[in-house]
Design a protein around this ligand. Structure first.
Ligand code: GCO
Length: 394
């Protein structure tokens, strides 16, 4: 059995986001999107995994499994429920989670925005509102003032490229429109929001790395699709990679590859292995995206802030992660500065329009009792984290 060891200090963690696990986030744009008449959302986020109440259990699990870090997000709509009105109780709640991480030896990686916007801002046009980047930066400043001394690492915005693409072109995120010009404008607004937010977070208490969490896909040109691929990749990734100049690190979030011919994106070939998300099971995508991020940013320090698979077959999860990690190890061998791997996700949770169907979790959650049951993959990856080594099947 081949064994891959990782450098000392390599950080193993898992990730979640507020709207996907907390439950009861009724004051944001996603809640409205889930409940709109004729919505394409499969179901309401509802109670989530009830992590608003059960977070100590989540942290206990993580620590006892052997992980060293936890990535979670702040719910803006709870902290600033109306414009300029700050909930100290909500900030204290997140402060307790941060302290809970530190008590258990988990490095807390805080995401300031993971897809959801407070209703008051969404009502004014969300990221299209001219004041949105400044309002976001003000939120970051306020939250960092309350929490910064306990933060271990910060991501400003989660996958801004997906927010713009899915919300303003593909129609599966709020506000559900398809308009290339508006998508471009939202791209710009999000890049600006990232830069203002990074500066705001840096100016507060605490000393920790600040960066962006970017969704990256292994876009592969086929049959002469190079030009088309480059065009797609430019607005989907490159404009954001450029906006990371001056950051402390880049968070890479990769799930799959996509083949692009001269006519555009292709569906997976017949016979390809498909995940519950409808895209291909292609673990090597992670290595390709790490290498590209390293090249395009001219050597920015990297962390995998998300990678994982939606599957009902937990054995497939272990195989997928093992193969993805072999790619990470090859990148390290080639001198790429990559210092952590964060599995998406700790829990089976609310997967946006797809509801609770896709199973990304290392831990199963009973939908009625909220009881958590670690899957074999949780023990496997926890052991990897503990030993800093991966035993790959032959
Ligand atoms: C994203 C988000 C997560 C998803 C995960 C699985 O990458 O889209 O960060 O919220 O749940 O990616 O699709």
């Amino acid at each position: 059995m081949p064994t891959l060891s990782f450098p000392d200090g390599f950080l193993w963690g898992t990730a979640t986001s507020s709207h996907q696990i907390e439950g009861g986030n009724v004051n944001n744009d996603w809640w409205d999107f889930e409940h709109a008449p004729g919505t394409i959302c499969k179901e309401s986020s509802g109670d989530g995994c009830d992590s608003w109440h059960r977070w100590p259990e989540d942290l206990d699990l993580l620590a006892s499994l052997g992980f060293g870090s936890y990535r979670f997000s702040l719910e803006w709509s709870r902290i600033e429920p109306a414009e300029g009105e700050w909930s100290l109780a909500a900030l204290d709640h997140y402060r307790r989670i941060l302290a809970g991480c530190l008590e258990r030896g988990l490095v807390p990686n805080v995401t300031f925005n993971h897809f959801t916007l407070p209703r008051w801002l969404a009502g004014r046009g969300g990221w299209e509102a001219p004041e949105a980047p400044e309002r976001f930066a003000r939120f970051c400043e306020r939250a960092t003032g309350h929490l910064g001394d306990l933060i271990g690492r910060a991501c400003t915005i989660n996958e801004p490229n997906i927010v713009a693409l899915m919300g303003y072109l593909v129609t599966v995120f709020p506000p559900g429109v398809s308009d290339a010009g508006r998508r471009r404008a939202v791209n710009e607004s999000l890049c600006r929001a990232h830069r203002l937010a990074a500066a705001a977070i840096r100016s507060g208490p605490g000393e920790f790395p600040v960066g962006l969490a970017l969704s990256m896909t292994d876009y592969q040109a086929v049959d002469g699709g190079e030009e088309r691929r480059d065009r797609i990749r430019r607005s989907a990734e490159d404009v954001f990679l450029e906006a990371t100049a001056g950051d402390d690190f880049l968070g890479i979030q990769t799930y799959t590859r996509m083949e692009i011919g001269p006519e555009g994106m292709r569906l997976p070939a017949p016979g390809a292995r498909i995940t519950q998300m409808g895209y291909e099971n292609w673990p090597d995508a992670l290595e390709a995206c790490i290498r590209r991020a390293w090249d395009v940013t001219g050597g920015m320090p990297l962390v995998v802030t998300e990678s994982g698979i939606g599957t009902a077959d937990d054995t497939e999860r272990v195989t997928f992660v093992g193969q993805a990690l072999a790619g990470v190890r090859r990148c390290i061998d080639d001198g790429i500065d990559i210092s952590g791997f964060t599995y998406w996700s700790l829990l089976d949770n609310f997967e946006w329009t797809a509801g609770y169907v896709p199973r990304f979790g290392l831990v199963e959650v009973d939908r009625e009792t909220f009881e958590r049951t670690p899957k074999p993959s949780a023990h496997w990856l926890g052991q990897v984290a503990r030993s800093n080594r991966v035993e790959l099947p032959d």
